[in-house]
Design a protein around this ligand. Sequence first.
Ligand code: MN
Length: 220
Amino acid sequence: MADASIVRYNAQKKIAKLFSPFITGLSMQEINQYLADTLRQLRHDRSWSLDRAASECGVSKAMLGQIERGESSPTVATLWKIASGFDTSLSSFLEPAPAELRGVTLRSADALRQRPTADAMLMAPLFPFDARYGFELFEFTLLPGYERLSEPHSQSVVEHVVVVRGVMELLVRGVWQRLGEGEAVRFAADQPHGYRNPTSAPAVFHDLIHYPPGSDSQSR
Ligand code: MN
């Protein structure tokens, strides 16, 4: 019998197929709305104009406006730029930090996995950023041929990449490192870095992103 004290998120929702183009946890509309509200609130909190936000994030003013109106589903790459520009966590744009009941939280990557727009990177925010713990944990899936170069994240952000399926390559200190299942790398993510999948099968990895104590990574 299920332990009622364990908090289950989305466990009842339809299981996402790996290649499903749409999010099956929250609807695309719900996600866009949450993103829109979060971005507008963040900009309001900072008293940033759209121009200021555009220059901080390196994302066009038109794109930011569309996102704030819930008219656009940005790629993971764009979301990352916005998160870094606001010095905040990626997951804070995806859903509120989940409340815990008696210290136990159960999450399902199958239920959470989502694929923004036409991106060839799927993401499942297993544990969204929580200020008590200072990290967020994602499962990312790189479809064959995917490559992304990432701008540096905020200062002192550290990533822990652990390959759980397939083979991927990670760009650290200017060198692409090949990583197989079970291999793990920790690196300073306040430097340019990148992720790619040179194989013909999906590569799945966990990414634990640690934010320095006292950073403003959770805005709400
Ligand atoms: Mn990164």
